[in-house]
Design a binder for this molecule. Structure first.
Ligand code: ZN
Length: 137
């Protein structure tokens, strides 16, 4: 098996909460994890990686309290993309159907864009109350 399942993202995103504090961009409720129903291992790996990435962002923001959160977020994203591209290299078997969509650099970028759009749209931060297209009556 090469590909991960992303079904856990939606459940995980629901556990995240916005904090008003400048130093903590995203709040993380790890205490709620133990109350969740059992997940399959793929979901657990996904949720663990997702949660730890958010925690890392929060830790970096606390450690460098003069840092721009955008710089931290861009660095996290660049690191995630680096890891994703490393992990999604085709297995080398030219007949492998599972690797077919990611068997070229363009194919991997296409899959990366698809996932980026999916994760963004599933995030509770996709829409912001301060979006310029939000009505202010
Ligand atoms: Zn393969």
């Amino acid at each position: 098996m090469h590909a991960g399942v992303t079904a856990g993202f939606r459940q995980y995103a629901a556990l995240i909460d916005l904090s008003g504090a400048r130093s903590i961009a995203v709040e993380w409720h790890s205490d709620q994890l133990s109350q969740r129903p059992a997940m399959d291992p793929t979901e657990q790996f996904f949720d663990d990686a997702f949660g730890k990435t958010v925690e890392l962002g929060n830790r970096l923001a606390e450690k460098h309290d003069n840092a721009d959160l955008w710089d931290i977020a861009d660095g996290l994203l660049a690191g995630a993309i680096q890891y994703w591209l490393y992990a999604r290299q085709p297995c080398g078997n030219p007949r492998c159907e599972e690797c077919q969509p990611i068997s070229t650099a363009e194919g991997r970028l296409s899959e990366l864009r698809r996932l980026a759009a999916q994760f963004a749209e599933e995030s509770e931060y996709y829409h912001s109350p301060s979006d310029s297209n939000v009505g202010r009556a």
